[in-house]
Write a protein that binds this ligand. Structure first.
Ligand code: PGA
Length: 242
């Protein structure tokens, strides 16, 4: 059975005090989450240590939002795998469209970051997705196939999550039709050697659309930005109705 993974991507939101207040309010909301489901919070680096202590013994797992491919060195502003594992991090988001768009991540550096994550025993969440222009030009299959092929070169598919995030749907309120997300995720799965890799949908996932999204046969979870910032809203997402 494929694992279900609902992950919150807080991006550059919440200082340490705000992160801990979220954890306090949210912690008890995962009591009824099934054995086969993971709940992950990908918080800013500055919050992770305190959250890790506060979540000790909880089912909630922590994720980082970036990882460098070297273990240490002269890489100002970057963070390495052993810095993350030391404080109890389990997941890391790699190749998010915002990193690709604003911070120069390419399929090649994404691949290096994925390898580093796996080398340190972290589970990478590889994000892929097309722009509106690429979709309108009928290039979805090409774009996604390329991102998957280059991103996953020499990557162990037994320790991996993929998130399909159409860029036009991120933070826009313009959610991809769940049947269309299901179709694209099916195409991604066809390209994988391991058909059991959990594949999430991401892009304006909200309490009002989570049930429909999770009802799709190919969709194994969600990567959630805006709607993961509020404890009540994220609680509704992780306790989706199937
Ligand atoms: P959103 O962000 O839920 O705010 O659209 C999703 C993401 O960027 O992972």
């Amino acid at each position: 059975m494929r694992k279900i993974v609902i992950a919150g991507n807080w991006k550059m939101h919440k200082n340490q005090a705000e992160s801990l207040a979220f954890v306090q309010a949210f912690k008890s909301e995962v009591e009824n989450v099934g054995e086969n489901q993971e709940v992950v919070l990908c918080a800013p680096f500055t919050s992770l240590t305190a959250m890790s202590k506060s979540l000790h013994g909880s089912k909630i797992k922590l994720g980082a939002q970036n990882i460098h491919w070297e273990d240490e060195g002269a890489y100002t502003g970057e963070v390495s795998g052993n810095m993350l594992t030391e404080i109890g991090i389990s997941y890391v988001v790699v190749g998010h469209s915002e990193r690709r768009q604003y911070f120069g991540d390419t399929d090649e550096t994404v691949n290096l970051r994925l390898k580093a994550a796996q080398r340190h025993g972290l589970i990478p969440i590889l994000c892929v997705g097309e722009t509106r222009e690429q979709r309108d030009a009928g290039e979805i299959e090409n774009v996604i196939s390329n991102q998957i092929k280059k991103g996953l070169a020499e990557i162990d598919q037994s320790n991996l999550i993929i998130a399909y995030e159409p860029i036009w749907s991120i933070g826009s309120g313009d959610t991809c039709e769940s049947t269309e997300a299901n179709r694209v995720i099916g195409i991604i799965r066809q390209q994988l050697d391991n058909k059991d890799v959990p594949i999430q949908y991401g892009g304006s996932v909200k309490p009002k659309n989570i049930d429909e999204i999770m009802a799709q046969s190919e969709i194994d979870g969600a990567l959630v930005g805006g709607a993961s910032l509020d404890p009540a809203s994220f609680a509704r997402l992780v306790n989706y109705q199937s």
